[in-house]
Design a protein around this ligand. Structure first.
Ligand SMILES: C[S@@+](CC[C@H](N)C(=O)[O-])C[C@H]1O[C@@H](n2cnc3c(N)ncnc32)[C@H](O)[C@@H]1O
Length: 285
């Protein structure tokens, strides 16, 4: 083979390798769409926690405890963790002796949720997991005492759209906890992360007050904010009261068809099954 052709071929292969490394490893498929993001998380669900190596003490100190303190005036708070993954936030909260509330964890990767179920089995009576896209949160407005979304905004096509949804389902006076990717790799995620010095300003575009953005981990800043408005509601509410159909926003009634549990939309009659492991499968449509 002609040496020039060989060199060109090798350069081409090298560039392709770099491109794939960027798209699949650093960006985790975010520019290829939610299907690819979810496929990658489905593939890595079993090893995710081994890669992350969460330290139980740090998780308690920096996540569980501050959140429980922020919610201490509510006897039994209702918390939504969006993009819950393997149940990191539910675990941090449930391990806090002062937490008497309920957590709903939502994710679009079914295998991450399976891991979450297994890793939080001892708290199952106060946990619900939902398989659904964060772009369409299946809940009524002003529902939750706290809404959290950790290490996930950058993997969605439009992080502002997700922020809007998080704030919509948070009740006035409720607590929002959300991360923004920073650090070296953030430069390689244009359009998916907010510039570090502008994140607080971005949060100001929503009905939020008292926003604080603090460095958290090497790759993330953590923001805390309160939803504006006259505080009302609060505490655990039954699922049929707060669940909404992600297709038509109709109310959902518990249903049992041929012995299988689920929820049926009173508007479009779509049925959302509850799987054997207890996960409400809204993304199965
Ligand atoms: C880096 S993990 C973070 C998981 C967890 N919050 C944590 O801190 O360990 C990102 C998670 O976002 C989820 N995710 C990505 N896009 C999503 C979407 N559109 N809707 C819901 N979850 C999504 C992935 O499935 C994955 O579980």
């Amino acid at each position: 083979m002609n040496p020039a052709t060989l060199i060109l071929g090798l350069v081409g292969l090298g560039l392709l390798g770099l491109f794939l490394y960027w798209q699949l490893i650093i960006a985790e498929g975010t520019y290829l769409g939610p299907r690819i993001v979810v496929l990658l998380y489905d593939w890595s669900a079993r090893v995710y926690e081994r890669i992350k190596q969460y330290d139980t003490g740090d998780e308690q100190w920096f996540l569980g405890l501050p959140l429980v303190r922020a919610l201490e005036v509510i006897p039994a708070p209702l918390v939504l963790d969006v993009a819950t993954g393997t149940g990191r936030l539910p675990r941090a909260l449930m391990r806090q002796p002062g937490f008497r509330g309920r957590v709903i964890g939502l994710d679009l990767s079914r295998r991450m949720l399976r891991q979450a179920v297994e890793r939080t089995v001892q708290f199952a009576d106060r946990l619900t997991y939902i398989w659904q896209d964060a772009r369409r949160l299946p809940f009524d407005d002003d529902t939750f005492d706290a809404v959290t979304c950790l290490e996930a905004l950058e993997f969605t096509p439009n992080p502002r759209e997700i922020l809007r949804e998080l704030v919509r389902v948070l009740r006035p006076g409720g607590v929002l906890v959300v991360t923004n990717r920073v650090g070296r790799d953030a430069k390689l995620l244009p359009g998916r992360v907010f510039p570090r010095d502008q994140f607080k300003q971005v949060l100001g575009e929503f009905p939020l007050e008292g926003a604080k953005v603090r460095p958290w981990q090497v790759d993330y800043d953590l923001a805390w904010a309160i939803k504006s408005g006259l505080p009302h509601g609060g505490s655990i509410r039954p699922l049929p009261e707060i669940l909404r159909c992600p297709v038509c926003s109709g109310h959902l009634d518990p249903s049992a068809q041929d012995g299988a549990q689920g929820f049926r939309c009173t508007g479009c009659h779509q049925v959302y099954p509850v799987a054997e492991d207890g996960v409400i499968e809204m993304a199965r449509r």
